[in-house]
Design a binder for this molecule. Structure first.
Ligand SMILES: [Zn+2]
Length: 259
């Protein structure tokens, strides 16, 4: 991401067929599966860490929600905000219920977010998944030590554009400070969570990321990066599982890099 910044801000050329590989959230498979492959091929990557998931070892709230809705033996779920009933035996309706739950959770941070997820788990009679699926701090430090970049992905993974300015400030500044303390280095790069709802950033969140000192911020919005783009609102392109799409991505991600 440091090289991406040099390309975007200074127009410095990138190597031919360059990609910037990024991972969000801090799942343990980033360390266990992706890291050995990246090291084997000499590919540097950026890992954006959701701090509370690493601190607690718990799954992110939206994964707990998904787990509860998929594993419950209860036939239905009632949305606590709009009191709408979803039949969970119907796969499509269960998916809609999950998206509805995400819309509610995306507006919450910290304790109130935890309370919401716990209330869903209780209402569906599901114990939270206890598998260790998130990275430990030791693994985060291991990634850094292996030469990769650690970025920040908030404390509790809300949609920052749909919470208060104070909450957004605490999430953005808090994750930077905690990560810097944990890895003993500055954290310059940020990734906007996008659990649900649009948009995922606002003029306020843009100002906050700048004020707390992030140099770049990436979105889930799909698109190429061009010279002169705003570094605190960079688009990304999802990794494709189809070879032709993947080749197209490689050719088009950094538009204008040869000029
Ligand atoms: Zn995320």
């Amino acid at each position: 991401m440091d090289q991406v910044l040099q390309f975007v801000i200074e127009g410095r050329p990138l190597p031919r067929r360059a990609v910037a590989v990024t991972f969000d959230d801090g799942f343990a498979d980033n360390y266990e599966c992706a890291l050995p492959i990246l090291m084997h091929y000499g590919v540097p990557a950026t890992f954006y860490i959701m701090v509370s998931a690493v601190e607690s070892g718990d799954l992110p709230w939206y994964c707990r929600l998904n787990f509860a809705l998929r594993t419950t033996s209860r036939p239905e779920w009632i949305d606590p905000a709009q009191h709408q009933t979803y039949k969970l035996s119907n796969g499509q309706e269960r998916e809609v219920a999950f998206h509805r739950g995400c819309e509610i959770g995306a507006r919450k941070v910290g304790c109130s977010q935890q309370e919401f997820v716990r209330s869903v788990e209780d209402s569906l009679d599901v114990e939270p998944c206890t598998s260790h699926l998130m990275m430990t701090w030791e693994q985060v430090r291991g990634i850094k030590k292996a030469g990769h970049t650690i970025g920040a992905h908030t404390l509790s993974h809300p949609n920052l554009a749909h919470i208060s300015c104070e909450e957004a400030h605490a999430e953005i500044e808090g994750c930077k400070q905690k990560l810097e303390k944990a890895i003993g280095d500055t954290v310059d790069h940020f990734s906007y969570p996008h659990p649900a709802l649009n948009p995922q950033w606002s003029p306020d969140t843009f100002q906050i990321t700048r004020k707390v000192g992030f140099k770049s911020a990436v979105l889930t919005k799909c698109g190429p990066i061009r010279r002169g783009d705003e570094p605190l609102r960079l688009k990304r392109i999802y990794a494709a599982n189809d070879l032709h799409q993947w080749t197209w991505n490689l050719d088009c991600t950094f538009v204008g890099r040869y000029i």
